[in-house]
Design a protein around this ligand. Structure first.
Ligand SMILES: Nc1ncnc2c1ncn2[C@@H]1O[C@H](COP(=O)(O)OP(=O)(O)O)[C@@H](O)[C@H]1O
Ligand SMILES: [Mg+2]
Length: 238
């Protein structure tokens, strides 16, 4: 199996304040990893650094074997990296359909099979988006915006999807729908996923491997099949 993502000694900073140190891991094509850790340990910064939304200050990042360390976010998205950022960030003044069309731009240079149309599997995963296709995204509920953010990331047919707390602040009935969609994205589309998730039980059930972060470093990692969530809970809820 070839790797979709490799991190080697990655560091990142805000000005002079370093917040990531020596982060390293590998993810196989189609595999899933959960990034765990309490607030402020650097999880979001790590995701933004992988996406190229934040510059790394040390180390290297490879996507499908290519060194992307110096590429910007839109260049990484064209190489198959997609992100659902924390807090969603859909375009409020655009309709649902227009938001999804923005996601198609990541396809540039990778064969646009659907002729500029939004791939059908997005509406199949999130039927609600069909109903609300002409509504402005700013008027949607949090759960609808999250489904849209996921749909927008999938429109670029990513090989690697970065999910930053996709169920945060969403009502429980919608959380289940989103979790069910994530399971289908993993199993039916074969997309590799790195997920930051506070619900440890879901993270454990969903991911093949886990990383626990403390103060900007990975302090423990392993395979979820070899351990239980209870084995690492004390490292997260400290
Ligand atoms: N834009 C920013 N400017 C300066 N410091 C930041 C910024 N964003 C995050 N930080 C700091 O970086 C650290 C890691 O934050 P973050 O990556 O958001 O952690 P997490 O997602 O795990 O909660 C925290 O100490 C936070 O205060
Ligand atoms: Mg965060």
């Amino acid at each position: 199996m070839s790797d979709v993502l490799n991190l080697r000694g990655v560091g990142a900073a805000y000005g002079k304040a370093q917040v990531l140190w020596d982060v390293a891991f590998d993810l196989e094509a189609g595999a899933t990893a959960a990034v765990l850790g309490r607030n402020g340990v650097g999880k979001t910064t790590l995701m933004r650094t992988i996406m190229g939304m934040h510059r790394l200050s040390e180390g290297e990042i490879f996507v499908n074997g290519e060194d992307v360390s110096n590429l910007r976010a839109h260049e990484r998205s064209r190489r198959g990296v997609g992100i659902v950022p924390q807090g969603r960030h859909v375009f409020p003044h655009l309709t649902v359909e227009e938001n999804l069309q923005v996601g198609l731009s990541a396809l540039a240079g990778r064969g646009d099979k659907d002729g500029g149309k939004i791939p059908g599997y997005i509406y199949d995963l999130f039927p609600k988006l069909t109903e609300i296709a002409q509504r402005k995204a700013g008027f949607l509920s949090g759960g609808e915006q999250q489904q849209l953010a996921l749909g927008r990331a999938l429109a670029g047919r990513p090989r690697l999807l970065l999910l930053d707390e996709p169920t945060e602040g969403i009502q429980p009935s919608i959380v289940q729908q989103i979790e069910a969609a994530l399971i289908r994205i993993r199993s039916e589309l074969g997309v590799a996923i790195v997920i930051i998730e506070q619900n440890l039980d879901f993270a454990w059930a969903f991911a093949d491997q886990y990383f626990v972060m403390q103060k900007g470093r990975i302090v423990r990692n392993g395979l979820t099949k070899d351990e239980t969530a209870a084995d690492v809970a004390h490292l997260i809820h400290v």
